[in-house]
Ligand binder design. Structure first.
Ligand SMILES: [Fe+2]
Length: 209
């Protein structure tokens, strides 16, 4: 996967293994993540990829008050990749996101495209987008005709700001950032890509601890 990422021009990669508070102990998660990091960090270096540790934290009740989040943010920053629940969202869910913001954590909402089908009132997604969070789209969503139009519109209207990609394996969910970037470039122009790249670097700096 690192070979593939290097070929796609990736120079900074944020590894975000899933963290599920309901069935994982934070200490176990952090130990496993560290062990995995140590296995690949030198190889990443050979590929001129600087590898950062993060986590894709699945939403859980009272996440707004959780004390474990400082360990789950992207290395040395207050950026948190947050996976919203795969169900109908409530105003209470959005309150939790608000609590995160209030305590200085900046949520990056993972793969926004995956949540539309769960909401009978799509307005609640707009409500989240309107909050001072960063919205991420998965490259996969730009490759499927089902989601492409909607996601291009989100980028065009600056409602979505970041593009990420899967990196689960080399078969069913391979890293495919480059393919997503090609779609963005073709449809919205080179400037769109520059904006994404610049914002990524800015966020790492702005929210550095
Ligand atoms: Fe996810």
């Amino acid at each position: 996967m690192l070979d593939s990422c290097a070929e796609q021009g990736v120079t900074i990669q944020i590894a975000t293994p899933h963290f599920y508070a309901n069935h994982m102990q934070p200490e176990d998660f952090l130990r496993n993540r560290q062990a995995a990091y140590e296995k690949v960090v030198d190889y990443a270096g050979e590929k001129e990829i600087s590898l950062l540790c993060g986590a894709e934290v699945a939403f859980f009740r009272s996440i707004g008050y959780s004390e474990i989040l400082d360990e789950m943010t992207i290395s040395d920053t207050r950026l948190l990749l947050l996976e919203m629940p795969f169900r109908e969202w409530t105003s209470r869910d959005l309150k939790e996101v608000e609590l995160l913001l209030r305590r200085g954590i900046h949520p990056i909402i993972a793969h926004i495209e995956r949540f539309y089908s769960f909401q009978s009132d799509k307005g609640i997604i707009d409500d989240l987008i309107d909050m001072p969070v960063t919205i991420q789209v998965n490259a996969e969503a730009l490759l499927s005709w089902r989601t492409r139009g909607k996601m291009l519109k989100l980028f065009r209207t600056q409602q979505a700001q970041l593009l990420g990609s899967d990196c689960h394996n080399l078969t069913s969910r391979p890293p495919n950032l480059q393919q997503g970037r090609e779609v963005l470039e073709k449809k919205l122009g080179q400037t769109q890509l520059q904006e994404i790249d610049t914002l990524g670097m800015q966020l790492l700096k702005k929210y550095h601890r």
